[in-house]
Design a protein around this ligand. Structure first.
Ligand code: ADP
Length: 499
């Protein structure tokens, strides 16, 4: 692979375009429509490609979180009463503004998160689609009306906004994870408090400004970045005014939040970890499988809960698949995401880099072979070489843990039953990828693999119009699709006796 070291050294002046953009990003807390300076030591946001601090922003304290909830609660009735058409048009305006400001959002995500600019642009498109989709859904919130079976009255079933929501987002898709929660909440008529990840809060702050420009009224969306997620979140989740918690992040944190939400009997949506199997049968189109593998493994530098984690390849095609995928990996170009031609950016932090080495070391100790990569390159920043491992043995940590990095780990299987058993041998159940040209086999796999989503002969399934979500320890609820708005609606039934 190519390793570019054209990244700005940590002490060099920022590129003028980057400096101009960063200066325009708000650095406050957004509460009740007002930008506020924080009272505590600021959060330092770093560029993972250089390790350099690119911006200091306000760091919300627990009392700020409660004030954000005060604002969301105060705005709740008026927003719920706003005509669905008006809510839809505001979301549509936000979609349009995002297209106009696309370059700012793409560059900002590359700066704070590290993904290559082309991928950041892809995220603007994907993230924007949630605004468009839910602007369309806002006016289609339906209900039912009918006679009761006894014939003694009419039954009306209607949908109402659940009430103020608390949305916690992760660092890996700074825009799309925010729009995937904020858009359906607003479409449903809910107000929100958003806590972006402390590693990548800038995109959410810029997006808050966009929402205000689009006409979202004060208090409907409040943003509280913080260094102390636990201390800020606990009192919000315990507050009786809160009615819904939506979280995307790791399974251990999700479990803890579910326990807290239980005390307040909150509606919850949980998008947690994944450990996606990627199965290649002997009858698959290998070229298509390699193409799918590159997307499913290396998109976002492997840092996606939908990333393929375990490559299960039929023993008769494993060497061929491995050779072809290695050739493609060797053609990747590692560097700062802003640099031309870069296809693999840095990992999010040093911890992530260290974790790759540990997982690879364990797999190699148990018998795996490194076909390419395998180490952190000699350069500044949180980089790790894209890696291919073959012969990964059962019991290896890398099969159990969510890798969250550019390491493609191949194991082999002999029979379809073995592939299914291997795929399901995990506590997670988010997504599975299957490559086969046998339609009947493909259908059997859809039935037998225990996940919330499947890709048949493709390495990318996410779509704003589709219900995204998992089973088992991968979470609860669905985001996107017709299902997405129902996470923010509660059902009300009314009986009117016949007179
Ligand atoms: P990751 O490993 O991807 O960083 P986390 O689950 O730690 O995943 O983080 C996802 C989001 O959850 C981030 O916004 C983070 O700040 C937040 N978070 C982490 N711990 C807590 C907690 N105890 N309470 C509330 N939010 C938390």
């Amino acid at each position: 692979m190519t390793i570019s070291d054209t990244a700005a050294p940590t002490d060099a002046a920022l590129d003028p375009r980057e400096a101009e953009l960063l200066a325009r990003v708000p650095d406050g807390l957004f509460i009740g429509g007002v930008w506020e300076a924080g009272s505590a030591a600021p959060i330092e946001v770093k560029d993972p490609a250089t390790g350099r601090v690119i911006k200091r922003i306000a760091n919300a304290q627990p009392e700020d979180g409660i004030r954000a909830l005060d604002a969301a609660a105060a705005a709740a009735d008026a927003w719920a009463a706003t005509p669905p058409r008006t809510r839809a048009e505001i979301l549509r305006r936000a979609f349009d503004l995002l297209q106009e400001r696309r370059d700012d959002f793409a560059l900002l995500m590359t700066l704070e998160m590290g993904k290559p600019l082309a991928e950041a642009n892809g995220e603007v498109t994907y993230g924007g689609e949630f605004l468009r989709w839910f602007s369309e859904e806002a006016v289609r919130i339906g209900g039912r009306y009918g006679r009761n079976p006894e014939g003694t009255g009419s039954m009306i079933v209607s949908q109402r906004p659940v009430g103020p929501c608390y949305l916690i987002t992760p660092w890996n898709f700074p825009l799309a994870m925010a729009t995937r929660k904020i858009a359906p909440a607003l479409a449903a008529g809910c107000t929100v408090v958003v806590k972006p990840a402390e590693l990548t809060p800038l995109t959410t702050l810029l997006f808050a400004q966009l929402l205000a420009d689009a006409g979202v009224p004060a208090g409907v969306v409040n943003i509280v970045p913080t260094h102390n997620a636990g201390a800020l979140s606990e009192p919000i989740i315990a507050d009786p005014r809160l009615r819904k918690l939506s979280f995307t992040g790791s399974t251990p944190v999700g479990r803890r939040l579910l326990a807290q939400a239980g005390q307040n009997v909150l509606r919850t949506s949980m998008e947690l970890g994944g450990n996606a199997p990627f199965i290649v049968f002997e009858d698959a189109d290998i070229e298509k499988a390699v193409e799918g593998a590159m997307l499913a493994k290396f998109r976002n530098i492997g840092q996606a809960c939908t990333a393929a984690n375990r490559f299960l390849v039929h023993e008769s095609v494993a060497e061929e698949f491995a050779a072809r995928v290695t050739e493609r990996v060797n053609a990747l170009s590692l560097g700062r995401g802003t640099d031309d031609g870069v296809t693999i950016g840095p990992l999010i932090d040093d911890r992530a880099v260290a974790s790759m080495s540990v997982l690879i070391g364990d797999a190699v100790d148990r018998g795996a072979r490194i076909l390419t990569g395998g180490k952190a390159p000699e350069r500044d920043g949180c980089f790790f070489e894209p890696t291919v491992l073959i012969g990964v043995q059962p019991g290896s940590e890398i099969l159990r843990e969510e890798i969250f990095g550019p390491v493609l780990a191949i194991s082999t299987f002999a029979t379809e039953d073995e592939a299914v058993a291997g795929a399901n041998e995990t506590e997670y159940g988010l997504v599975g990828y299957v490559f086969t040209n046998d339609l009947a086999r493909g259908q059997r796999m859809i039935d037998r693999i225990d996940t919330g989503m499947m890709g048949l002969n493709t390495g990318l399934v996410s779509n704003a119009a589709a219900p995204f979500g998992g089973v088992k320890q991968s979470g609860l609820g669905r985001e996107g699709g017709a299902e997405g708005i129902h996470e923010y609606l509660s059902t009300k039934y009314t009986l009117i006796p016949a007179s």
